[in-house]
Design a protein around this ligand. Structure first.
Ligand code: SF4
Ligand code: SF4
Length: 87
């Protein structure tokens, strides 16, 4: 059984607006954003993908020069496990 992880929020990423600058990766203190390695948007840029453990802190939205992030904070923290997903 995998270790449960607490998740306080989530983000929707407008990947087509992304220019692959990596600023959001550095800004995300929980380190739950990772750039694609091979996949690119239609303009040829790599873009961030969300891993498990977002806190809804908005740091990514604040730093992104292209307004790619919509951030949502849950009213109550959720728990994620590999077996059950987000509950
Ligand atoms: S809201 Fe915060 S924790 Fe979530 S992806 Fe953005 S910077 Fe990371
Ligand atoms: S900060 Fe914005 S433009 Fe830069 S890589 Fe992240 S999502 Fe893309």
């Amino acid at each position: 059984m995998s270790k449960p992880q607490q998740v306080r929020g989530t983000v929707v990423i407008d990947v087509e607006a992304c220019k692959g600058c990596d600023l959001c990766i550095e800004a995300c203190k929980p380190e739950v954003l990772a750039m694609t390695t091979a996949e690119t948007n239609t303009r040829g840029y790599r873009f961030p993908q969300l891993l498990v453990g977002c806190t809804g802190c908005r740091a990514c939205a604040d730093v992104c020069p292209d307004f790619c992030f919509s951030v949502f904070r849950f009213d109550e923290p959720k728990t994620w496990t590999a077996e059950s997903g987000l509950q």
